[in-house]
Design a protein around this ligand. Structure first.
Ligand code: C2E
Ligand code: CA
Ligand code: CA
Length: 631
């Protein structure tokens, strides 16, 4: 179109140029003729010829001016045409009688229209009818056109979204013009709409797992709460992945992310269509279980979730085993108010964590009180650490045959001003949850090493190390520093770790164990038999000692299988040059049986409970005295 116009203009300008020259030349010629022989012309003729000469020159000049104006207009038209055809939107300019003034190429392309129809002068009706014939419009042509014409004639714009072939989304806006008529812009908004949808999705879904996020979870819960039918219940499950932080810290975020994705996938697999799973942030997930007739349906779901999550996850080549604590609140019994229900689910989760994790709890009235008590205990524990009101006690570990003290285990004691002695079983989990355990563990390590430095050389000291401490990369350094500070030989320190340290394919933990071993420190596996696949852990690291959990010793004289388990452990240990310590030995009968089974050492009330540092010193002295007098 523009080229054509350009060509016409260039042809026109050559002709016009000649005309100008001719007219000016004519005028000048006449003037020269008159001037050359004025006498040859009558006055009238001279006046007439002079007039013609002047008019010729003027006409020539006028033609030249018009030619310049036309050139400019043509150039502008050309530019407009280029601009109109190069915008991404379709554009149709209609006059007041709804006929096309301009219709650009993108418009034709968008709907696959013929330029022979969609061209200046074509009526809107004809244009839309052509769209109908070619398949890009399937409504009523007249009704469609009339509606637009009517609206724009009232000075109002219209906006419509239509589908074009290939599933494209097209937005058409008709804007009235002051001069009459209107301009229609037609835009392919498919990409924009996709981007909008993506943004809307991101605002409501978690980017990592693609589960609904907290915002959508609340919306869904609100809807579900309104839809509860008489006789039905709704359950909110708060799910916390046990020790997720340690996976993240020890194996890195990419593996932590893989684990979360895996958990999300398994959660989805446990739900029925009407239930909702969401990721609330970090390692916290939630589930809305709807239309429950009986509480047992929730227990069943929780069991399914637990067994799904307990299957090992393959995260970038690492086989990770994990577990979950689950808190449950039911509507309407535990509240119909959204925030109240969520608070109760959170309290129930707190309760599940407090009861040793890897379990679930339904909300109960007393939980609020217990949670508050736990929080205040945490505050008091912080205070106790800074006040120095914690103490380290020591429990002797003796040779089962002759009661010779081979080591003493450091056990924390908290003398609470009002509550008296608080068991470490109560405050260690709080210290682990709050991160206080690192500070506390370091203090026990230094105190116990310093104390052991004053004991006879053959008596070792055993220190419990929490799985949380184990994830600190500076653990080996701290141990070396504690030994150096008091001059204790590394071989006299024994670190007790539980299976929780090795519960996942934790290369970092194994690496740390080897670092500690290199220092010359001994490593004992504590509470053996309380975890899952205990025996497999023994193959993963060459422990120096296995401590058989109290629960086996308690039943050892009974009819159960305890004694055969102890026997198996003793055999495995002996085959690998490990010693075995039986924990919680309280009776002579237990001691005798353990002796027969081949157990090396024992620890328990039968010999001594944990005692203060001063008492241990006295005991060790008297022991030495006894040993010397026996010799
Ligand atoms: P544990 O490491 O298994 O310690 C042995 C526990 O059994 C101690 O409880 C001890 O007092 C108790 N015990 C010893 N002999 C007998 C017995 O004959 N009968 C019975 N019924 N119990 C006996 P305690 O001192 O209350 O410690 C509980 C747990 O707290 C410990 O279990 C250990 O896991 C943790 N803990 C204590 N001190 C520390 C510490 O400094 N750091 C860490 N990380 N954990 C600690
Ligand atoms: Ca221990
Ligand atoms: Ca133990």
């Amino acid at each position: 179109m523009s080229n054509e116009g350009g060509r016409q203009i260039s042809v026109g300008s050559a002709q016009e140029s000649r005309t100008v020259k001719l007219l000016v030349a004519c005028g000048i010629l006449l003037a020269v003729v008159i001037a050359a022989d004025p006498a040859a012309w009558s006055l009238r003729e001279r006046v007439l010829l002079a007039l013609v000469a002047v008019l010729s020159v003027m006409a020539g000049l006028l033609v030249r001016r018009d030619r310049l104006t036309d050139q400019r207009l043509a150039a502008e038209r050309r530019q407009l045409s280029i601009a109109v055809n190069n915008i991404p939107q379709g554009l149709v300019l209609y006059d007041a009688s709804a006929r096309i003034i301009i219709c650009n190429q993108p418009y034709l392309d968008m709907f696959g229209l013929s330029p022979d129809v969609a061209k200046p002068g074509c009526t809107m009706q004809r244009l839309i009818a052509h769209r109908k014939e070619t398949g890009s419009f399937d409504g009523d042509v007249d009704a469609f056109c009339n509606a637009i014409i009517q609206t724009v004639s009232l000075g109002k714009a219209t906006r419509q979204l239509t589908e074009a072939p290939g599933g494209r989304a097209i937005e058409i806006i008709n804007r009235p013009l002051k001069s009459g008529g209107w301009v229609a812009t037609i835009e392919d908004v498919t990409e924009r709409r996709r981007a909008d949808e993506k943004i809307a999705h991101l605002a409501h879904y978690d980017g990592l797992t693609d589960l609904p996020n907290r915002i959508l979870f609340r919306e869904r819960l609100e809807q579900s709460l309104k839809a509860i039918q008489p006789g039905e219940q709704l359950a909110v499950l708060y799910i916390d992945i046990d020790e997720f932080k340690s996976v993240n810290d020890a194996l890195g975020h990419p593996i932590g992310d893989e684990l979360l994705k895996g958990v999300a996938e398994r959660l989805r697999g446990c739900l029925k269509e009407t239930d909702v799973a969401a990721r609330l942030g970090g390692d916290e997930f939630a589930v809305i279980q709807t239309a429950i007739k009986d509480r047992s349906e929730t227990t069943q779901l929780v069991d399914e979730i637990h067994s799904a999550i307990r299957q090992p996850f393959d995260c970038m080549g690492h086989l990770i085993t994990t577990d979950a604590s689950i808190g449950i609140a039911l509507a309407p019994v535990d509240g119909v108010d959204l925030d109240q229900l969520l608070k109760n689910a959170d309290l129930a989760l707190y309760g599940a964590k407090g009861d040793g994790r890897r379990t679930y709890r339904f909300f109960e009235i007393g939980m609020d009180h217990r949670a508050r008590a736990r929080r205040s205990l945490e505050l008091e524990l912080r205070q106790a650490i800074s006040d120095g009101s914690l103490e380290t006690y020591y429990q002797p570990v003796v040779n089962i045959e002759d009661d010779k003290i081979s080591s003493c285990e450091a056990l924390l004691r908290w003398r609470h001003p009002e509550r008296g002695m608080i068991s470490p079983a109560e405050f260690i989990p709080i210290a682990e949850d709050s991160g206080l355990i690192n500070q506390l563990g370091l203090w026990v390590l230094n105190t116990a090493c310093a104390e052991a430095a004053s004991w006879p050389d053959h008596v070792r000291v055993a220190v419990n190390v929490s799985p949380v401490q184990f994830r600190s990369p500076s653990l080996a350094l701290n141990v070396a520093a504690a030994l150096a500070a008091c001059g204790l030989a590394a071989s006299r320190l024994e670190l007790e770790i539980t299976e929780a340290v090795l519960i996942r394919d934790d290369e970092a933990a194994l690496d740390m164990l080897h670092q500690l071993r290199k220092l010359g420190v001994r490593i004992a596996l504590d509470d053996f038999g309380t975890g899952y696949s205990s025996l497999s852990y023994l193959q993963r690291f060459p422990f120096d000692k296995i401590k058989i959990d109290r629960s086996f010793i308690k039943d050892i004289a009974g009819p159960g299988a305890s004694s055969s388990i102890v026997q198996a452990v003793v055999n495995i240990a002996a085959a690998s040059d490990m010693t075995t310590t039986a924990e919680g030995v309280e009776t002579e009968q237990q001691r005798n049986l353990l002796y027969i089974l081949g157990c090396t050492e024992m620890q328990g009330y039968l010999f001594s409970p944990a005692i203060s540092a001063a008492e241990v010193r006295r005991l060790l002295l008297s022991h030495r005295g006894r040993a010397m007098s026996a010799a």
